[in-house]
Design a binder for this molecule. Sequence first.
Ligand code: ADP
Length: 184
Amino acid sequence: MTRLIFLGPPGAGKGTQAKTLADNCNIPHISTGDILRQAMKEQTALGIKAQGYVDRGELVPDLLVQDMVLERLRQPDVNPGWILDGFPRTVNQASFLEELLQDLNQDSKKVVNLEVPDDVVVTRLLERGRKDDTEEVIRRRLEVYRSETAPLIDYYGDRQQLLVVNGNQSLEEVTSELKKVIVS
Ligand code: ADP
């Protein structure tokens, strides 16, 4: 049973690694960023509400993303496990998730923090060139990461749930380190 949360700054490689591992383990890769981008593309009610926040590099309000995750974790395909990428991003979201997982009997998860230095992150994001990857928006996303999301490292560390992986290596090296730590 693999239930894994990926933490790390934007550009740490969470998405790529989460997808590879999820394919490997045959479990869903649940990316809140991907779900939001799909909703914005389809101009659903959620997408329309989220658009301005994403474009500015701000966090979408907790209640909106929490609802998304609640819906997603209720689907039967998550029974063999899941990898969450991009959620939780605030302490508030983390305590929501704790309760939700208890209610759904999906406890016993691990949290991986992908560590990458700031300068590497900025270079990677500028190369990626997504619509919300302009320099100004990247700077804002990093600020938001530091103030809202980085506190989760202590949150999970205090609960002895945190595993740390060096994200500043080749894709293959990160994948193999990840595989080692999640079975440990
Ligand atoms: P990155 O890996 O570059 O941070 P994501 O694809 O994970 O990008 O997220 C893109 C954007 O979607 C974020 O900047 C934010 O606006 C929104 N978003 C994604 N997940 C969450 C979340 N858990 N809470 C609030 N906003 C979110």
